[in-house]
Design a protein. Structure first.
Length: 361
């Protein structure tokens, strides 16, 4: 997957989510109703018993989303098609597992779009065989490498599903992922709760071993994304939301996923968590890690901060701290500290950046 997205994921150990993941693994055929209800309980308790007139009047939140009338009819959830896209480049060995995890979903009304970004390692032959075996798979190809954002956009523009979500070619889905996401959206729609997109907890792996399960917050607003990418690297939403948000920015040198999520939340309202570990996130070290490409990260910060937080100095400071996460290994300079200080008086942020500057001295 895009290593920039990994660096912005901010994982934390979550004991409750680990226990839920164990239940999912031990009882793979158990109904999702109880686990889904438990995950949604805090939000539904807050909104479900009250008339959400303030949400009905929120045009920004309703624009681009499937409403209760669309997804629920006479109390029965309609089955809608979900598109899943996978961009890939010269990783056919990893791609096979990703593809299998999608085709093994218990939610079967899906289409899988794999975009081969000019691979030369046998990916084309593998996709030809998969397309013959399963009519739900579509294979697209770039004749020359265009990068992950362009490949994602190609899939999104050609997707036919009502909903859409992504998968990186080195990650996998849990078998319940699409069913749970579909049912979660239906619950929000039934209770008229504003939501732009849904994200889940992730199971982090390295070298084939499970490390931990993330502990993400339940709701992410626009302002929250200045301090961290609390969403992760994949979201689930109506396909129209992805298109109307403007797709992934192919010109950004880094942070393409992160910036796209900012636009979705900024335009369509809060992102909400389905508190179940349904995405297996492989962080095994690889050659394409970007720890030495600090110019791209710094350039992305300038572009994202100027575009989304031009007048918000504190938000720009919070965003700057993300540049110096331990993943990137970018050490702040005295010039960085001076720029940070010029944005405004924030003692806690100043101390944090100063410690990072002194790190490894």
């Amino acid at each position: 997957m895009d290593p920039f997205a990994r660096a912005l994921a901010f994982p934390f150990a979550n004991g409750a989510a680990c226990r839920m993941h164990l239940r999912l693994m031990l009882a793979p055929h158990r109904s999702l109703d109880a686990l889904l209800a438990r995950s949604l309980a805090p939000t539904l308790q807050e909104h479900g018993s009250l008339p959400c007139t303030h949400l009905r009047d929120n045009k920004a939140s309703k624009q681009g989303r499937l409403t209760a009338q669309t997804i629920v009819s006479s109390g029965v959830v309609k089955i809608l098609t979900i598109s899943v896209y996978i961009p890939t480049h010269n990783r056919v060995d990893l791609l096979a597992a990703a593809v299998r995890s999608v085709l093994a979903q218990r939610y079967t009304d899906l289409e899988l779009i794999v975009v081969d970004d000019a691979s030369t390692d046998g990916t084309a032959l593998f996709l030809e065989s998969i397309v013959r075996e399963d009519k739900r798979v579509r294979a697209l190809r770039n004749e020359s490498p265009r990068g992950a954002p362009a490949s994602r956009n190609k899939a999104i523009t050609q997707a036919t599903g009502n909903f859409i979500t992504g998968l990186d070619d080195d990650d996998t889905f849990e078998p319940q992922r699409l069913s749970a996401l579909h049912d979660c959206w239906a619950s929000y729609a039934r209770h008229d709760i504003a939501v732009s997109c849904i994200y889940t907890q992730d199971v982090f792996l390295s070298g084939g071993k499970e490390l931990f399960v993330t502990k993400k917050r339940g709701t992410v607003e626009f302002a929250d994304l200045a301090e961290a990418n609390h969403i992760g690297n994949q979201v689930f939403a109506p396909t129209s939301t992805f298109r109307e948000a403007g797709l992934f920015d192919e010109k950004l040198p880094a942070w393409q996923d992160f910036e796209f999520f900012i636009r979705i939340v900024k335009r369509f309202g809060p992102a909400r968590l389905l508190d179940m570990p349904l995405y297996r996130f492989d962080v095994t070290p690889s050659r394409d890690r970007i720890s030495s490409k600090q110019d791209r990260v710094r350039a992305a910060y300038e572009l994202v901060s100027n575009l989304h937080f031009p007048e918000d100095s504190r938000a720009r400071q919070k965003l700057m701290l993300q540049v110096f996460s331990t993943f990137y290994g970018i050490k702040p300079t005295p010039k960085d500290l001076a720029r940070f200080t010029a944005l405004g008086f924030w003692p806690r942020g100043w101390v944090t950046l100063s410690k990072k500057m002194l790190w490894r001295l």
